[in-house]
Structures are given as structure tokens and as C-alpha cells.
Ligand binder design. Structure first.
Ligand SMILES: NC(=O)C1=CN([C@@H]2O[C@H](COP(=O)(O)OP(=O)(O)OC[C@H]3O[C@@H](n4cnc5c(N)ncnc54)[C@H](O)[C@@H]3O)[C@@H](O)[C@H]2O)C=CC1
Ligand SMILES: O=C([O-])CC(=O)C(=O)O
Length: 336
């Protein structure tokens, strides 16, 4: 018993010395700026590297005055600077790319964002092949497969280290439920599976504290199309940035906690998943246990009710197309 606790103490002090460099690509954007601020406030982050095609040094100068211990460096555009920003990073968050305007779907962003993500993924594969890559840029259902294909082409693909950030869907789901039930959202753990766009987002209320909510079509729709509410309210000035920054910072924090030895860290995320591979769906978002090597275990979807079965069917059809589109893009446009 005594020996055990001594070992634990030693293990903890060793992990407390961990150096955790985190890089943000797209750091001067609507998400990138508040995300960088939240990462600066995270004591687990020891070094923050901010890269963008415009404005990153300014954001870095600003954030660097926040009086926490981590160092912050902004990088001007260019391949050598991008490589330097990535070198030694343990976590790389990618919110680079254009956001939606009213009337657009996430898939409408594909033509612009696919090549941005492909090129950034190449830089990651070359300069930070062992980092955890957290893809925020939309359409996530396609940009994650794009990253996977790029990493495969470079011979450094590790499916345990590639994550599509879908945290915002569970953040929204718990908040929307708490509004209906007049509860604390911290106590509303809603599982959301599938992808990150419209009907591919599948909330599983039957597994929550309020199983009857699975027949609340209005709530299900709100979770699936929550992003549209923000796009509409911003009237052409972009999509969710602040709630997304919070969600991205939470996902990064969870990965760092797991990397620093904490057990049982579980987050929903869009990963290379065994769950529906037999149906030709290579990537799927579900709860995932994180560990020092990234994905430790993909948790099963669990029991769903008849309403949710129908939602899953609709999800599969769209998700498969989105994934294929990402793969095809890299095959046909390998870039330089
Ligand atoms: N996964 C999710 O849950 C969510 C994803 N998003 C997505 O995140 C992305 C970014 O959104 P915002 O920050 O609002 O957009 P934004 O336009 O405000 O910022 C994007 C930033 O990316 C930079 N950028 C563009 N190309 C780049 C490149 N090649 N290298 C480095 N930086 C580059 C731009 O200069 C800009 O500063 C969008 O695609 C949006 O749809 C938004 C909300 C939620
Ligand atoms: O709706 C968008 O375009 C941005 C996004 O992914 C979200 O807010 O969930």
C-alpha cells in the first residue's frame, strides 16, 4: 500500500514535468484567437506555437502577455516557419479555412478547405508525424479522411493520433437538454455519434438521464443543426467561434490529461473507427478512451432505440459519401 502510493507520487511528479507543445494552425481566425487564449490559460501547455497565413505574430504578442508560465511564439507565413511551428508539437489543432455563410452547407466549404487541410496535413506529416492532429476545419467528415490519406501517402499514418473535433456537438446537446429540463448541463452527458454535419450528427438521448427525449424531434433537429443557428445569427460574419474554441480547448486538454497518465479520459471524436467498417464507413464519431498513445479504445455505440436507429441509417448514407469525397480528393489532387 505504502509502496504503491510512493510510486504514484513519483509517477505524478515525473508527469508534472512534462513539456507539452501545442500548435494552432489558423491561429488568427475567429476560432484560432479564443482557442489560443484558452490554451494559454491551460497549465498543461508549456509552449504555444501560433501559425496563420496572416496575423499570427500579432495574436501571439497579445496572448503572450497573459501571465501564465507557458511561452508563446507567433509564426509568419511560409513553409519553413510552419515547419518550425510544428516541430516537437504534441498536439496540433487545425481551425484553418473558411467558415459558412447563411444558406451554405458544410460540404459547400469543401472546395476551399480541402486543399488548405491537405497542405497543412502534409506539413504535419513532415514536421510532426507523431503529434495528435485535431481537425476542426469543415467539412470534418471529409477533412479527416483527407488528413489520413496524406499521412498514408507519406508513410506515417497512425490512426490513433488523428481526431476530428466533434466536441461541440455534445457541448450543445448537454446545454440544450439542460435548458429544457432546467438542470445543470454539467450533469447532462449526452452521447452524440456519427459525423459533424446535419443528419450525420446523431444524439442518443435514449442513453441519457432523459430517454424520452429521443422522440423530441425538435430537440434532435436542434442538435443536428445547432451550427446553423449561429451562422444565421452572425448574418454572414461566420459561424461558431467562441463555443468552438471552448470545445477545441476541452478536447486538447483531454488529450494532454491522457498523455500525462490520467486513466479513463473519454471524449467523443471522429476517428478511424472499427465500429462500422463492415458497412464501408471508415471514420465515425463515438466516445473514445484516450491514452498516452492517442486513441486507447473506441467505445461501442451501445443500445439505441427505434428513433435513433432511423437517425443512424440516415447518418450512414451521408457520412459514407462525405468520407469517399475526401479520399477521392487526395487521390485526384495529391498536391506538390
Ligand atoms: N469542428 C467544428 O465543430 C467546427 C468547425 N468550424 C470550422 O472551423 C474553420 C475555421 O472557422 P473560423 O475560425 O470561424 O474561420 P476564420 O475565417 O475566422 O479563420 C480561419 C483562419 O484560417 C486561416 N487560414 C486560411 N488558410 C490557412 C492556411 N493555409 N494555413 C494557416 N492558416 C490559414 C485564415 O487566415 C484565418 O485566420 C471553418 O472551416 C469552420 O467551418 C467552425 C465551428 C465548429
Ligand atoms: O456550423 C458551422 O458551419 C460550424 C460548425 O461546424 C458548428 O458550429 O458546428
Amino acid at each position: 500500500m505504502f509502496l504503491g502510493s510512493r510510486i504514484q507520487t513519483r509517477a505524478f511528479s515525473a508527469s508534472a514535468r512534462n513539456l507539452s507543445k501545442v500548435a494552432v494552425l489558423g491561429a488568427a481566425g475567429g476560432i484560432g484567437q479564443p482557442l489560443s487564449l484558452l490554451l494559454k490559460l491551460n497549465p498543461r501547455v508549456t509552449e504555444l506555437a501560433l501559425y496563420d497565413i496572416r496575423g499570427a505574430p500579432g495574436v501571439a504578442a497579445d496572448v503572450s502577455h497573459v501571465n501564465t508560465k507557458s511561452t508563446v511564439k507567433g509564426y509568419a507565413p511560409g513553409a519553413a516557419n510552419l515547419a518550425a511551428a510544428l516541430k516537437g508539437a504534441e498536439v496540433v489543432l487545425i481551425p484553418a479555412g473558411v467558415p459558412r455563410k447563411p444558406g451554405m452547407s458544410r460540404d459547400d466549404l469543401f472546395n476551399t478547405n480541402a486543399s488548405i487541410v491537405r497542405d497543412l496535413a502534409k506539413a504535419c506529416a513532415e514536421s510532426a508525424p507523431n503529434a495528435n492532429i485535431l481537425v476542426i476545419s469543415n467539412p470534418v467528415n471529409s477533412t479527416v479522411p483527407i488528413c489520413a490519406e496524406v499521412f498514408k501517402a507519406k508513410g506515417v499514418y497512425n490512426p490513433r493520433r488523428l481526431f476530428g473535433v466533434t466536441t461541440l456537438d455534445v457541448v450543445r446537446a448537454s446545454r440544450f437538454v439542460s435548458e429544457i429540463k432546467n438542470t445543470d448541463p454539467a450533469n447532462e452527458n449526452i452521447t452524440v455519434v456519427g459525423g459533424h454535419s446535419g443528419v450525420t450528427i446523431v444524439p442518443l438521448f435514449s442513453q441519457s438521464n432523459h430517454p424520452e427525449l429521443s422522440s423530441n424531434a425538435e430537440l434532435v433537429h436542434r442538435v443536428q443543426f445547432g451550427g446553423d443557428e449561429v451562422v444565421h445569427a452572425k448574418e454572414g460574419a461566420g459561424s461558431a467561434t467562441l463555443s468552438m474554441a471552448m470545445a477545441g480547448a476541452r478536447m486538447a486538454e483531454s488529450l494532454l490529461r491522457a498523455a500525462q497518465g490520467e486513466k479513463g479520459v473519454i471524449e467523443p471524436t471522429f476517428v478511424d473507427s472499427p465500429l462500422y467498417k463492415d458497412q464501408g464507413i471508415d471514420f465515425f464519431s463515438s466516445n473514445v478512451e484516450l491514452g498516452p498513445n492517442g486513441v486507447e479504445r473506441v467505445l461501442p455505440v451501445g443500445k439505441v432505440d427505434a428513433n435513433e436507429e432511423k437517425l443512424l441509417e440516415a447518418c450512414f448514407a451521408d457520412l459514407k459519401k462525405n468520407i469517399e469525397k475526401g479520399k477521392k480528393f487526395v487521390a485526384e489532387n495529391p498536391g506538390n
